[in-house]
Design a binder for this molecule. Structure first.
Ligand code: NAG
Ligand code: NAG
Length: 325
């Protein structure tokens, strides 16, 4: 699953002594998948470069002062550097295309890439911010906080159409602003939690960061879990009625759907901006609602999937969030 977000930022940089427009994109992609970073000449007069004068340079910007060479192509010569060998190539979909393909994405592939096409006439510079896609969400079951050993944690994420998150995924979520005060299992057997707003009750007023309890005993120790889902092609929708849990389940089925899993809800909220200020049943018996635009009475201070816990299933107070694949 790959989404191109914005072309909004355009600025000028000095390259080859002429001012060249730098366009910036953000791309979200999933670990283990292949991704194409778009870069191409787009001459309105139909000019295209042939093999001869073509010079393409891809670099990765490790930090502002450190550019690592990824690939350079000149005429018919192509050099791929270091760890990128057998890992990247040019797409070359047509004469004007210099897009970079990265296969089997690894954690250290994420970051900012720069593409330069030097044609001697109109140079092109594109910067692409490659970010890890998908959604990380904390999960605790009906039993309450800190009830899952590692194996229960794996099953819990699985039941929500997700998997236990990796440290890289939780770290990316923290960079994206995630703040959660309960510790959860990660897939390496460590237990950690992300804090962006340090405060006394959540491990004290020390620096923001992903805080770790280290590796824990997978059988004997009990925590919550961080699950990860890549997102879905289906649709989450709300039934605006007052229903018991069983009625909610039936109502979704009647509509050719199923009660949404927690993973469906987080994906709809994070990846599609789903926003609805009405609590509704989900498949695990929890009642939640997704807020993308914080406002009075519906999560006033932050965008979040709000939970009101696991009410009694016979309560006829809530609507239903259904998922149709
Ligand atoms: C990625 O590309 C490689 C080489 O073209 C291919 O063998 C592999 O199946 C692709 N992987 C995915 C997840 O599409
Ligand atoms: C976890 O705890 C159990 C019971 O105390 C013990 O038998 C097992 O060796 C421990 N596992 C690890 C990896 O320490």
């Amino acid at each position: 699953m790959i989404t191109i977000i914005s072309l909004a930022l355009v600025c000028l940089s000095l390259a080859n002594n002429v001012y060249t427009e730098v366009s910036r994109h953000q791309i979200f992609a999933t670990l283990g998948r292949n991704v194409s970073l778009p870069c191409r000449l787009s001459f309105s007069d139909g000019f295209s470069f042939d093999g001869i004068g073509k010079r393409v340079k891809w670099t990765k910007l490790e930090d502002p002062n450190d550019e690592t060479n990824v690939l350079i192509s000149m005429g018919f010569h192509k050099i791929i550097y270091g760890r990128f060998e057998n890992h990247v190539d040019l797409l070359e979909a047509d004469q004007n295309d210099a897009s970079l393909i990265i296969t089997n994405l690894q954690p250290d592939d994420f970051g900012t890439y720069k593409c330069e096409i030097l044609s001697g006439m109109d140079d092109v510079v594109v910067e692409i911010d490659l970010r890890m896609g998908g959604v990380v969400f904390p999960y605790s079951p009906r039993l309450g906080r800190y009830n899952l050993n590692f194996h229960d944690a794996e099953a819990a994420c699985w039941s929500q159409e997700a998997v236990v998150a990796s440290f890289e995924q939780l770290h990316q979520a923290w960079i994206g602003g995630m703040d959660w005060c309960n510790a959860g299992w990660l897939n390496d057997g460590t237990v950690q939690y992300p804090i962006t707003k340090p405060r006394q009750p959540c491990g004290g007023n020390v620096a923001a960061g992903v805080r770790s309890y280290g590796r824990r005993n997978k059988t004997n120790n009990h925590f919550d879990v961080f699950c990860w889902t890549p997102g879905y092609n289906g649709k989450v929708f709300f039934l605006d009625e007052k229903l018991t849990f069983l009625e909610a389940e039936q109502a979704c089925e009647d509509g050719g759907a199923e009660l949404a899993k927690v993973g469906h809800m987080f994906a709809a909220w994070k990846l599609q901006g789903y926003d609805r200020c009405d609590p509704g049943w989900l498949a695990d018996g929890s009642v939640r609602y997704p807020i993308s635009r914080p406002r009075m009475k519906c999560s006033p201070t932050e965008a979040a999937v709000r939970s009101i816990g696991f009410p009694e299933k016979k309560h006829k107070l809530y609507g239903a969030y259904c998922y149709r694949g």
